[in-house]
Design a binder for this molecule. Sequence first.
Ligand code: NAP
Length: 275
Amino acid sequence: MTQIPRAGVIGNPISHSLSPKLHSYWLERYGLQGSYTALKVTEDELETTLRSLPDQGFIGANVTIPHKVSVMQFADQITDRATLIGAANTLIFKQDGRIFADNTDGYGFMANLRQGAPDWDPKAGPAAIFGAGGAARAIIVALADAGVPEIVISNRTRAKAEALRADFGARISVIDWVQADKMLVDANTVINTTSLGMVGGQDFKVPLDKLPSTAVVTDIVYNPLKTPFLEAAEQRGCTVVDGLGMLLHQGVPGFERWFGQRPEVDEATRRAVLA
Ligand code: NAP
């Protein structure tokens, strides 16, 4: 008897994750046999969990906070983009027990921007990034890959932005957090990768009066869907793209590898996940 393929998302905390809704929706939509569940795993349990999942019928998993970096040490094969980013969010368990690790956050970010702003040309001018955390790393790799000519980063803790410049090189410059608005002047792409603006959290307070109306602006915070940052950018006439699509698109490569069907990210998918 063949086992029903299982996948899931590993993190802690995990109850807030939208991934089970997303993958369960796709399984149902395409009439596929399979399951996808949330797995609460502490740092101490990470290795034993990873080693035991294939025996329980798991063919892969997504990985979220706080395990995206530490999971790398248990992988037998790592894609170039995950190596470059230094973190993984998608695992495939091979039949011989080996673990293959990838990072699809940058892919998800890019696919979302291209879908939400079809006329966006990454090569048309500099990108301005607020924040220098884990998500910013993946986004910088994706933007550089897409041919963005110059990337300016501003982060509350300047040293973290400097570390990204040291890792990713010449195309990157850093601006102090108190002067962050200056990087907007000739920006073609503007991205909030900080957690500012999230429901229940602190507000995004950098003034946007230097933001040109020609810029494409996105926020990777998706709760609320239209953050005050996106609202302010929209009022200035910018094309804005919310962050939910990044989450949905980053799930596509994993789902395809595990269940053999490339899933669509469309309005129906968004509705299913938000329901
Ligand atoms: P992270 O590594 O913890 O980085 C958090 C970033 O936010 C850092 O740059 C941090 O600055 C900044 N920050 C936090 N509080 C701040 C404050 N009060 N003032 C100024 N800056 C502040 O987190 P992450 O993994 O990069 O995730 C960042 C956000 O993106 C989270 O809200 C996460 O939920 C969201 N996210 C969304 C997606 C998606 O698919 N849409 C994917 C990944 C992440 P410091 O360095 O100074 O602390």
